[in-house]
Every structure is written in structure tokens, then in C-alpha cells.
Design a protein around this ligand. Structure first.
Ligand SMILES: [Zn+2]
Length: 60
């Protein structure tokens, strides 16, 4: 089986493991980072921003 590299929308790295949200891809490390990131964490707004990009594309 061929591993398909996809570019993560959060970190920009090309990886094989991760989740696809519509036509966007979030790698596993980033997904886990998002899951454990607290709302008060300084990284949280960044993740939300990245997720908004997906929403905006989807609803465009
Ligand atoms: Zn990533």
C-alpha cells in the first residue's frame, strides 16, 4: 500500500498519519496537540484560526 503524504494545514508539514476534515488535512501530532490544548493556552487562538480557514473555505 502506498502512503499518501498530505500537507497539514496547521504545521505545514507533509505527513501520512492524521485526520482529514473535508478536503483539508491535520496531521496526527497537531490533532493531538489541539485535543490537549487548553482554551487559555496561547496556542489555542492559532488552532481556532486554522480551523476557521477550513470553515471559510467550506462555506465559500
Ligand atoms: Zn501538523
Amino acid at each position: 500500500m502506498e502512503n499518501i503524504h498530505q500537507r497539514c494545514i496547521v504545521c505545514g508539514e507533509e505527513r501520512t498519519a492524521g485526520i482529514a476534515i473535508w478536503d483539508q488535512f491535520i496531521c496526527q501530532p497537531c490533532e493531538q496537540e489541539m485535543v490537549k490544548t487548553d482554551v487559555n493556552d496561547e496556542k489555542y487562538p492559532f488552532f481556532i484560526h486554522q480551523m476557521r480557514q477550513i470553515w471559510l473555505k467550506k462555506n465559500a
